[in-house]
Every structure is written in C-alpha cells, then in structure tokens.
Design a binder for this molecule. Structure first.
Ligand SMILES: *Cc1c(COP(=O)(O)O)cnc(C)c1O
Length: 405
C-alpha cells in the first residue's frame, strides 16, 4: 500500500534508515562515547537478535514465561450499549507482570545476555518500566540498576518494593526536582561510565538509535498476533485500531501489524486538564520539532526550548515527546493522533470495569475512552483497542481522588 508517497509493503526494510531516521525524525544526538556504545548495540541487534537461535529462544520465552499469545476479547455489553459498532480489546493486561512493557524488556535483556553483559540499567518514573526490567533481569540472572527520583520513590512505594523483591538495586536520584528527568540524566551518566559491562534498556520507542527501532520490533509481537487473531475471530480486519501514546511503545507495536492494511489507525494522547501548556502531555498534538534525550522528534518545549513540564492523570503517559516514528507517521497522516482528557478517561476506566469485568490501566483507559467516542461517530464496523495494561496499580489513587462512580 502506498500512502502519501511512502510504500508500506517495504516499510519495515526502509524505516528507520541506516542512521536511525524515520524521515527527518530520530537519529542519535549523543556524545561520542555513548555513540560508540549505541553502535555496538545496533551491530549486536542485526547479528545476534536476527539469528534463528535468538528468535527461537525469545519465542519460547514469550510462550512459556510471558503467557503469549495474549487473547483478544470481544466487548459484547459495551458494544451493545453504543450501537452498531463492535469493540474488541487486545489483552496486554494479561501479559506477565500486567502490561506490554515486558515484551521489549525481555528482548533487551536477552540481547544483553547474548552480548555477554552482566548488568542492565534504566531509569523509571512511575516504576512500571523498572518493574518490567527487574522481572527480565531476574529471569536471565542479570544485575539490574534502576535510577529513580527521590520524589517518585516516595510516591510509588509498591513498585519500589516489587523491584527490590525481584532483586534490582533502586538508586535514588536526589538532585534537581528529583523526578524522571533527573533519573534519565543519572542513568545516562552511569551508562557512560559502565557501558562495557552493561546495556541501557530504554523503556519506550524513544532515545537515540537503535532504541526506537529495537523497542518497536520487540513490541510488534502485539500487532502481529492481533492481526492474525482478529482475522481468525471475524474473518476480516478491524476498521480501526486504537492505542494510547506516551513514549509510544504499545502503540508502535500494535500499529506495526496494520500499517500496510486498509485500516484507520488512531494514537491517543492525554489532554489532562486541558490544552494549556503544563496541563497536558499531548506532544504530537501541540508540540513542535526538536531534540531531547538523544533524538529528534516532536516535543513540548518551554520558553527556553527545554522539555516542558507535562501533566495527565496517567503517569505512564507523562512524557514531553513521543518516539520519532510517531512524529513521522503523524506528519505523513498515516496515523491520526488525537486527545482525550482526564474526565473522559476516568469515565472509561469505570465503564470497562463495570460492563466487561476488566479493570484497565489509566493509560489504557485513554484508548478505551477514545474508542467509545469513535464508536459513536462510526455508524458500523469494528474497533480494536490495545489494552496496554491492567489497572491494579491505579485503584488506590482513583478511589482516593475520584471516589467510586
Ligand atoms: C508505560 C505504559 C504506557 C505508556 O508507554 P508507551 O511507551 O507509550 O506504550 C501505556 N500503558 C501502560 C499500561 C504502561 O505501563
């Protein structure tokens, strides 16, 4: 399929290019030392990770440890309440550890093991990526250093406990605002010192090349499974596919299965409290081109051109940019990026819980909220939602802040 001049039959061969660009987005804007380390990972990815031994082992792990393939569920009661559009969810909430993040963490950690590294390191904000990486490190017997802001450590006590139980070192970052940005800086500094013995496992389709490509490829299992399952269940492809976009990994994985199909694709960003800067994290909707954290993409900037403060009810979506591939697909028009706010998200959280017996993560509830709106506009057809994770982590917060609806 050709779309605005881009040939999607050969899309995965051509994007990103050899330097990690999706059109003008992507690349590796990092110091020479780190560039060397990234080149080493890129080389290993194209040799080791493409070997049949690696692929076979990862497939076995996905089946026996992660519990894949995750099912697709038809949302019978919710669809019935909305009219003639049929809604389905891909159940990444049933992936081991409760979200899609383990899909790329297992791939990254297996690559680390094959490369002879002893340790994986990463930053974490809300702690979800830290827990997924700690899970993978425990499975492979790798050391695991997780950098986390002191403020986040206080806020996310259950995830800190999980990481520690899984054997990870949680390293407290106390400078600056002591949140995600400082944790990213500290983890990059540590990586510059220690890259001979470890790899830095980035938590989404962001950061310098090769991570946007590698994380997408590891996540594409979601879209590849979903396409096959949906065809098997219904004999057709869905008319629309919907996923929430923070950094963009669950969306990139899901979309990978459908980019070359006549399927409308929607990425949903958090509008938070509204469109005023600082009240949302809708970077593709409101941002402009710029470089941060080692890659060129579309980002939200403050008056000094630095990453702007962001907010939404879902801490997993609170990132002032999105992966370069999303910026590319946005400009191309192949994927439509749109927003839902906190209120619509909380409503969808309760609706899915009450009508289908599935408690979604607040991040995933953004996609559910958007699909509900879309179903009301579409007169017929089907929508496949990527349910990126389960809501257990969010229940206390929602009850405290919003009460039972
Ligand atoms: C981290 C997280 C997200 C956001 O990350 P992406 O890279 O945009 O997918 C979405 N949903 C859940 C459940 C998460 O834990």
């Amino acid at each position: 399929m050709n779309f605005n001049g881009v040939e999607f039959d050969t899309y995965f061969k051509n994007y990103p290019d050899d330097n990690g660009y999706f059109g003008k987005y992507g690349g590796a804007y990092i110091p020479d030392d780190l560039k060397k380390a990234m080149d080493e990972i890129t080389d290993a990815y194209f040799t080791i990770a493409k070997s049949s031994k690696f692929i076979g082992e990862l497939r076995r792990i996905r089946r026996d440890f992660q519990g894949r393939p995750t099912p697709i569920s038809y949302l019978e009661r919710l669809s019935g309440s909305l009219g003639n559009v049929q809604l389905y969810v891909k159940r990444e909430d049933l992936n081991h550890s409760g979200a899609h993040k383990l899909n790329h963490c297992m791939g990254e950690a297996l690559l680390a093991k094959y490369m002879g590294k002893k340790k994986v390191i990463a930053e974490t904000g809300a702690g979800q990526h830290g827990v997924a990486l700690a899970t993978a490190a425990a499975y492979f017997g790798l050391e695991c250093d997780i950098y986390m802001g002191a403020v986040d450590i206080k806020k996310q006590a259950p995830n800190v406990a999980r990481m520690k139980i899984l054997g990870a070192n949680v390293i407290e970052v106390t400078h600056g605002l002591a949140t995600l940005k400082e944790a990213v800086d500290a983890a990059f500094e540590a990586y510059t010192r220690e890259y001979k013995d470890c790899i830095y496992c980035i938590g989404s389709v962001v950061g310098p090349h090769p991570f946007p490509m590698m994380v997408r490829d590891f996540q594409s299992v979601v879209g590849i499974e979903a396409r096959e399952q949906f065809l098997e269940m219904t004999g057709e492809l869905p008319d629309a596919v919907v996923a929430c976009v923070g950094g963009g990994s669950n969306a990139a994985g899901m979309f990978a299965g459908f980019l070359n199909d006549p399927v409308d694709i929607y990425g949903v960003e958090p509008l938070g409290r509204g469109p005023k800067m600082g009240d949302h994290a809708a970077s593709l909707t409101y941002g402009t081109e710029g470089v941060m954290h080692g890659f060129n993409s579309i980002m939200l900037k403050d008056e000094n051109g630095e990453p702007a403060p962001v907010y939404s009810v879902a801490s997993g979506l609170d990132y002032p940019s999105s992966g370069p591939e999303h910026a590319f697909l946005h400009d191309l028009g192949r994927v439509k990026y749109d927003v839902v706010d906190d209120e619509e998200t909380i409503d969808a959280f309760f609706t899915l819980s009450r009508m289908e017996g599935i408690i979604p993560a607040i991040e995933s509830s953004h996609a559910v909220a958007y699909a509900i709106k879309l179903a009301k506009q579409m007169k017929k057809g089907s929508i496949l939602i990527n349910l990126s994770g389960r809501g257990d982590k969010d229940m206390d917060y929602i009850i405290e802040k919003y009460g039972i609806r």
